[in-house]
Design a protein. Structure first.
Length: 85
């Protein structure tokens, strides 16, 4: 097969396009400070991040429930203390 000048230039243009895209991705990651901007960048890391966010959300709910229960116990304790006095 004969390699023409047009084929060589097309190939070089394609390589330059790919390198430019990779450079832009890297610049975006640096600018945003985020390793993974899109789920397709690293699906495993994104899945872990979602799981961690879920755990943090659930821990927040637990903390609120503990605060509510503690307030009820304090109220009940003070009510019982005033009844016995």
């Amino acid at each position: 097969m004969r390699v023409t000048g047009g084929m060589i230039s097309d190939n070089l243009i394609e390589i330059i396009k790919r390198n430019t895209e990779r450079m832009l991705e890297t610049q975006n990651k640096i600018a945003t400070g985020k390793k993974n901007r899109l789920p397709r960048d690293n699906p495993a890391d994104v899945a872990n991040a979602i799981a961690y966010k879920r755990v943090l959300y659930e821990l927040g709910i637990f903390e609120k429930n503990i605060d509510d229960a503690s307030a009820r116990l304090k109220f009940t304790d003070s009510t019982l203390a005033s009844v016995t006095d």
